[in-house]
Design a protein around this ligand. Structure first.
Ligand SMILES: [Cu+2]
Length: 184
């Protein structure tokens, strides 16, 4: 798990780096091949909220649940209160935490996002859980998510986001088997 966490952090860091001034430098490469793909993911912006690196883990065989992952940065304090998608009957925000040696997952009803501090939904941490998928998810598929936020004044924001299946294939490879992610 530690390895996975480190890899995820690397990938997330790398995705942030696309905003550096030397973005035009084609020689600017990173260690993992997956990172090169990550750099192509556009950031999606609405109401001062930026979503980057949105991806979905492709399903395998009969699997009818999967995870979606993304980074959220907001100009103002914000709370993530839910998610919806036409791709699954049930979509929830979950949190995975080590409890001693056991990885536990529970629903996260509200996640505070501090102004300017990225919230990372990633394997092994917060994630969007898609259950009772309407169709299998294949690499390259685009999944539409609708993120539901609440601002400090109580007003609500719906933000549509596209997540591409399999963008984090490199990280995916390392996480197979180990995490045993989602046994719903
Ligand atoms: Cu989950």
């Amino acid at each position: 798990m530690t390895q996975l966490a480190a890899l995820s952090a690397l990938v997330l860091l790398a995705s942030c780096s696309e905003h550096h001034e030397h973005g035009a430098d084609a020689e600017h490469t990173h260690d993992a091949p997956a990172v090169v793909e990550q750099a192509a993911a556009p950031s999606q912006v609405q109401d001062g909220i930026a979503v980057q690196n949105a991806w979905v883990r492709p399903t395998v065989g009969e699997q009818d649940a999967t995870g979606a992952y993304l980074n959220i940065t907001s100009q103002d304090d914000l709370t993530l209160v839910g998610v919806a998608t036409p791709a699954a009957e049930i979509a929830e925000v979950h949190e995975m935490k080590m409890d001693g040696d056991i990885m536990r997952m529970r629903m996260a009803e509200r996640i505070e996002i501090k102004a300017g501090e990225p919230l990372e939904l990633k394997p092994g941490g917060y994630h969007v859980m898609l259950m009772a998928l309407t169709a299998p998810v294949a690499a390259g598929d685009e999944i539409e998510l609708s993120l539901q936020f609440e601002k400090a004044d109580g007003s609500k924001i719906e933000m549509p986001v596209k997540a591409v299946a399999g963008q984090n294939a490199g990280g995916d490879h390392h996480s197979q088997g180990g995490s045993g992610d989602h046994k719903h």
